[in-house]
Write a protein that binds this ligand. Structure first.
Ligand code: CUA
Length: 185
């Protein structure tokens, strides 16, 4: 029985390969689970350095045109329902403004990264999108819940990753305000 050690070696190789494949499959599933916002329409395309400059101009324009008030020094930006809204991810913030949206109204949220890979995660609004460098993600969505929500980063992006926290405000729609007995007094 001189073949036995060789066979055993082959078995080990087979088991090793099987484990690798299983690991890759589980990894892909985990990856997929935070790769797109469930229930929303998500599109991805490449963004060139020139388009990134335009993206930053769009942010400046949005903040200039739609700042409605300030919280301390931070502008609260209330873009019209149905409009294009922007977040530029960078280590370690989401931009120095707070987006204020309206519940149930549609928006086109454009996302890209300035430096490394990040992920936008707003659990309560069902937003979960990986933001790779050089990629423009557009999420067509309508915030279903009203409130004040944290924008979190779901991908380790550097020593300040855990401080990469932003805020998004969603105002209750008129109808749902009327429905609440405590606010109709
Ligand atoms: Cu951005 Cu972690």
């Amino acid at each position: 029985m001189e073949e036995m050690p060789e066979k055993r070696e082959l078995n080990f190789v087979a088991i090793f390969i099987a484990l690798l494949l299983a690991g890759a499959a589980i990894g892909a599933m985990v990856w997929k689970s935070i790769d797109s916002s469930p229930g929303y329409e998500v599109t991805k395309k490449k963004i060139s350095p020139v388009e990134l400059i335009d993206f930053r101009r769009n942010i400046e324009q949005m903040v200039l045109s739609h700042t409605v008030r300030h919280e301390g020094k931070t502008p609260i930006v209330h873009p019209p329902a149905g409009s294009d809204i922007y977040l530029l991810a960078r280590h370690h913030d989401w931009g120095k403004y707070i987006l204020e949206l309206e519940q149930g109204k549609p928006y086109r949220l454009h996302l890209t990264s300035l430096d490394v890979r990040h992920s936008l995660v707003v659990h309560k609004l069902n937003l979960m999108n990986r933001i790779a460098v050089g990629e423009l993600i557009t999420v067509k969505f309508s915030p279903a819940k009203a409130g004040r929500f944290e924008l979190r980063c779901g991908d380790y992006c550097g020593p300040q990753h855990h401080n990469m926290i932003g805020t998004i405000i969603v105002l209750a729609s008129h109808a749902s305000v009327l429905e609440k007995p405590e606010s109709s007094q």
